[in-house]
Design a protein. Structure first.
Length: 92
């Protein structure tokens, strides 16, 4: 799948900034920055991974800066960044 750099979200409280970039190697590489990473880091990464795989993306570099986002917000931001990165409209 053709992909370009894209992002979605903000650095406001309760949100998450997600940046997606093409990756040469197979797999998803997720770099997470969050003040609650010790408690919720695995869950945040799981939501990011499941969302991308559900959209058919299995090769990408992802940087996420979390500011206390809920799972639904994480899914929305990852989906928006993925749509911008691939041009694939999932809302039709």
């Amino acid at each position: 799948m053709e992909m370009k750099n894209a992002s979605a979200g903000t650095l406001e409280s309760g949100d998450i900034m997600v940046q997606i970039a093409p990756r040469e190697e197979a797999g998803l590489h997720i770099e997470l920055t969050s003040s609650v990473a010790a408690q919720f880091g695995n869950q945040i990464k799981k939501v990011i991974t499941e969302t991308l795989e559900g959209l058919g993306i299995d090769k990408a570099d992802v940087k996420a800066v979390d500011k206390g986002a809920l799972d639904c917000t994480i899914r929305a931001r990852v989906t928006a960044a993925a749509v911008r990165a691939t041009g694939k409209d999932v809302w039709k």
